[in-house]
Design a protein around this ligand. Structure first.
Ligand code: GCU
Length: 683
């Protein structure tokens, strides 16, 4: 529709913003509408600031009126009766014969409404519409794992594949935060309302006065888009930065130190969203250092934040990466850790605590069962942690569209107390505690690269994360089409090709990496990239496969294994306990079986490995040719950038295929029924 003739669509003659203050989202909404409409129709509309609706509406034949519900109804009390109830951040949009009304429940919601209207126009929908839209959950945050500096000067991004930090440089907040503002704009366009800007493995010096000033500047860059600042904390800061001789969460000095720091931060950032804390995990300090519970640790921050209305998001990714011993202890299991650590704490958290739980019990693998902790915290609000950055999933060098995986996770029914209990209904509060407090956290890790994530196609994942956090009922392919139309083109061929590639990408990646729930089989010790099944075992990281010459898989049954299956509600526990009812795609997650075990498909485990790797790698070989059919239909720059990655992926899929197949062929000594494995490398 870009370049469409204004006369073919009845545009409003002016944009009228109600009670707009420069630097806040209603003002931004006016600017975005003007800029967006000019971009699409080539016609610049004036933005007029108004205190009341009437006078301006009289001046123009048609207007786009933009503001909060409160501002609108104050200026026209009679209008209230016609408006729907909106939840926090929700919006109402009415387009009727050239008149447009965009009302937000709050400032931010107004901006979301403006973006929604622009999205409709940009996708060619110029019909009259009435839309009422509310977010599914209040926490819709991204997490950035940005370091303030990394040995040298640059601020790197842990598990980031799109360049350096857009926030930090040389141990400080960057002077130029243009990109931070652009990021906030991107996030607001998909309904994200907060961004935690620093690594969960947090650096105490984030909290020096100079850096707190810098954080204030980041918040200023975010504010026009309604994105609130969040901050990761290092639990030991009172000691390492504050000079106290302790960081015990029950010590009065420590409590006072965090209160003072929090007050200082809120002076600079009055609308700060809150904190994110990783404690007692992978060497990070935490309350357990002082024999205190995780709840006592979380509540320390809850108390400091409460007067300011802030939220403490406390991570459930807690495990000890030093003490697990695979060879000596058949029952040792990192997957058990989260439920064990949070056992008995459900009624111990303050009401501004949210527990952030990774979707699976290990670590962002290509397939994991959904974490049972979601059903153990029934009084405490929870948020699901999804990973937009593709740490174990090809690091943006492989195309893996993640919405289908996320949908499976969000729609998973735990059958708690024998009743429907989908993950998505637990995190939005509907299923257990009926408080709208939890939601969605996406580890995004964008960087300075002009593509943000290092790959153009990977941005569909950031888009899908925001859209699903707003509305988990949306379909994966529907979200994708929306994104393709907004990002590339309305050309049906472009839509079809990118959709085809993306929708097969997750199963394809799973096929040529780790099958049957054995995890992704990347190199565990070196960067989580490329095939290295041997690296999974024989170390305390706990991502074990227990592969030997005859058998493979983690026995997580209650009767004979680690007991993990028993952490689920009864129906699901029974399903996973029994090999006959465990789905094939999670077989090796829950059971230790001979390579000759016959799957429901009729194949043996080992033959499934072989075939799946050949099939998956073969599909990846088709990607570059499919992409070639778009030559000339999108700009050359993005075309070539994407082609390069798809060619690389096709090659790397062969490396994956042969590495994994040869490894298990050597280990088991079992021949491939089709006599491919070990015979024709890289053919
Ligand atoms: C993974 C990741 C780490 C990260 C950790 C976490 O293990 O590899 O880089 O710190 O998760 O989520 O805390």
């Amino acid at each position: 529709i870009k370049g469409a003739k204004p006369h073919s669509y009845k545009l409003p003659s002016a944009i009228v913003t109600l009670n707009a203050t420069e630097g806040l989202p209603v003002f931004t909404a006016g600017q975005e509408l003007s800029q967006g409409i000019e971009g699409i129709f080539g016609k610049k509309l004036d933005v007029e600031a108004a205190k009341d609706v009437g006078s301006h509406e009289k001046k123009h034949t048609t207007t786009a009126t933009v503001g909060t519900v409160t501002a609108y109804t104050e200026s026209d009390p009679d209008a209230a009766a016609d408006l729907p109830e909106l939840l926090d951040d929700g919006f109402y949009l009415r387009v009727s014969d050239g008149n447009v009304l965009i009302l937000g429940q709050n400032e931010r919601g107004t901006l979301y409404g403006a973006f929604h209207y622009l999205s409709l126009l940009a996708r060619g929908n110029t019909s009259d519409v009435t839309v009422t839209s509310n977010p599914d959950a209040p926490i819709r945050w991204v997490n950035q794992w940005d370091n303030m500096q990394d040995g040298g000067t640059h601020g790197s991004v842990e598990r980031g594949y799109g360049g350096d930090s857009i926030f930090f440089w040389d141990g400080k907040v960057r002077d130029d935060l243009t990109r931070a503002g652009q990021y906030a704009r991107l996030l607001a366009s998909i309904g994200i309302n907060a961004a935690v800007v620093n690594n969960v493995n947090a650096d105490a010096k984030t909290l020096t006065p100079e850096n707190m000033d810098g954080l204030g500047r980041i918040a200023d860059a975010f504010r026009p888009y309604g994105v609130q600042l969040g901050l990761s904390l290092n639990f030991a800061s009172p000691n390492t930065l504050g000079g106290l001789n302790t960081f015990d969460p029950l010590d009065e000095k420590v409590i006072q130190w965090w209160k003072d720091i929090t007050d200082d931060l809120y002076e600079r950032v009055p609308d700060m969203a809150g904190y994110l804390v990783k404690a007692n995990s992978e060497g990070q300090p935490g309350p357990m250092t002082y024999n205190r519970t995780l709840a006592e640790g979380a509540n320390l921050f809850a108390h400091a934040l409460k007067p300011h209305g802030g939220t403490i998001v406390f991570r459930a990714f807690v495990y000890d990466s030093t003490s697990l011993n695979e060879t000596l202890d058949w029952k040792a299991d990192r997957a058990n850790a989260a439920v064990e650590y949070f056992d008995g704490l459900d009624d111990k958290f303050e009401d501004n605590v949210v527990i952030q739980i990774k979707y699976g019990p290990i670590d962002f693998q290509v397939r994991e069962p959904v974490s049972p902790l979601f059903t153990k915290l029934v009084q405490t609000p929870t948020a699901i942690e999804l990973q937009i950055t593709q740490e174990y999933l090809g690091q943006q060098a492989h195309l893996v569209y993640l919405a289908p995986m996320w949908k499976e996770i969000l729609d998973f029914d735990f059958r708690a107390e024998g009743k429907p209990s989908r993950t998505r209904d637990i995190i939005n509060g509907e299923r257990f505690h009926h408080r709208r407090v939890g939601g969605y956290a996406g580890v995004a890790n964008v960087g300075t690269n002009t593509t943000w994530l290092g790959s153009h196609l990977a941005m569909s994942n950031l888009f899908a994360f925001g859209r699903l956090a707003w509305n988990p009922s949306l379909t994966s392919d529907g979200i994708l089409e929306e994104w393709i139309r907004l990002t590339f083109s309305a050309d049906q061929k472009v839509i079809d090709v990118i959709s085809d590639l993306s929708m097969v990408s997750w199963p394809t990646y799973e096929s040529y990496t780790g099958n049957l729930g054995i995890q992704t089989l990347t190199d565990i010790l070196l960067g989580h990239y490329g095939p290295n099944p041997a690296s999974q075992d024989g170390n305390p990281w706990g991502q074990w496969t227990r592969a030997d010459a005859f058998s493979i898989g983690m026995d997580r049954t209650v009767w004979n294994g680690t007991g993990f299956a028993g952490q689920y509600p009864a129906e699901i526990a029974a399903r996973y306990e029994d090999i006959a009812t465990t789905p094939d795609d999670l077989l090796l997650w829950f059971h230790h079986v001979p390579y000759t075990h016959v799957l429901k498909s009729g194949k043996t485990v080992i033959q499934h490995f072989y075939d799946s790797h050949y099939d998956g790698a073969a599909v990846a070989q088709t990607f570059p040719d499919l992409w070639e059919t778009l030559r000339g239909r999108i700009d050359d720059e993005r075309f070539e950038h994407i082609l390069f990655r798809l060619v690389y992926q096709a090659g790397h899929a062969l490396i994956w295929r042969d590495s994994i197949n040869n490894f298990y062929h050597n280990k088991s000594g079992i021949a491939d029924a089709d006599n491919r494995v070990g015979n024709h490398p890289y053919r």
